[in-house]
Design a protein around this ligand. Sequence first.
Ligand code: XIL
Length: 448
Amino acid sequence: MRILKNTAGAAALASSILAAGFGVAEAQPTDLKTLAIARGIDVGLALSSSSGGAAVDTVVTRNFTGFVPENATKWGNISSAPGVYSWTGTDGMLDFAQKYGMKMRFHTFVWHQQSSYIANGHTNGVAQPPEANKYTRAEAFTHMRNHIGAVMGHIKGRNGGQMHLISEWDVVNEAAARDSGNDDSQNLYGGMRRSTGNSVNLDSGLSRWTGYTQGETNDFDYIDSAFAIAHRNDTTARLVYNDYDAESLGKKSNTVYNLMAKLKNRKIPVHVLGMQCHWYIGPSNTGSSGAWDPQQIVTNMNRIAALGLDISITELDIRFQNPSDSTKLYQQRQAYETIMSICLNQPRCKKFYVWGLRDGSSWINSRFPGYGNPLLFSGSGSTYTPKPAYYGLIASLQTTSVRAPGARGAVRFTPAGPAYDIRGRQMKSLPAGPSSLVRKTVPAKAAR
Ligand code: XIL
């Protein structure tokens, strides 16, 4: 836990907050949305369903300006086989957006999980030797083109055109390998997820796309193609590359930075880096996953912004080990407050989305056993109780000075933690500007 230095003070403050009762002394539950609008930031959440009922709708529409389907619009939930589409989930989400005047982030096209036939190959669930399962490179690109075209076409064609409801699209999700497992020394695209049989992928996420498209020998051009295809379907769409554990400085964030620089330099239509932000307070059972550092995040956001990209916080949750107590809740509040302040102080950070509404139904409970309580609300049944974390966001929105459009703080590279060059070799210090991290690929005139 790097963010909170004064634990004793934190505990004392936590007790006083608890004594006061959440929400009674501090703010009204409508303040989050009101303040977000005043600050010009889109504050949203992941919705597991578009029909959660009146209580959910009330809490959601009172507090948030946007939402993202937690699962409904993933490839596998839209299409179970090539050419087979089910629009129920997508349409429900679009209806929700329209009914309540909210914008929706689309999540997600190219990913290695929840992608039905992409994950399984030709046989789609029937056991076959892996090689026999595999799509050819040409087939994989065809599926990509067809799927992205079908989805964007459907939304465009629905009710006379509903593209305006989608504020941005996650086009490629999690193409970089996990920090703990990556071996950057292989080639210029070191740190990317590889295909099957490659031991650098320590988590379950081998990249089928890398395998199908021979990404390792074709410069991971499936990523270029995904963005190009999405752009061709709607030239006004804001397109996102989204990943996790790439918020602070380190191997993975350098991989992601290098990828973004290469995409921008080659004029691939990418507009936003999505920072997922699945974080923890205190010790973690998941290796490096979720380690974060405020100063490093500021530095990392600055170098991403200097590429001319916007930044969206896309899936924030901050878990801690069970059981919950007032100290942990207060530390969590501080963490939420800090990341909101970082975002507000970075003019290119325009979206702040949390990954779910209430602790009890967060994905964390099953994904990270023993951990929980990662969100802004607790409660059960029809009760949604704002947690200290919620008031942390309120406090940040209240105290951060109003964002002046176009203004930005000093863009500096603060040496903090080890730096790595594009081949993954540790450097003595962080280079002074982005161009020295990516050889010859950053335009001389960076868009600052
Ligand atoms: C998670 C959902 O929250 C779960 O309900 C589902 O079972 C698995 O996926 N990164 C992402 C999200 O991009 O799509 C993931 O969502 C969480 C990690």
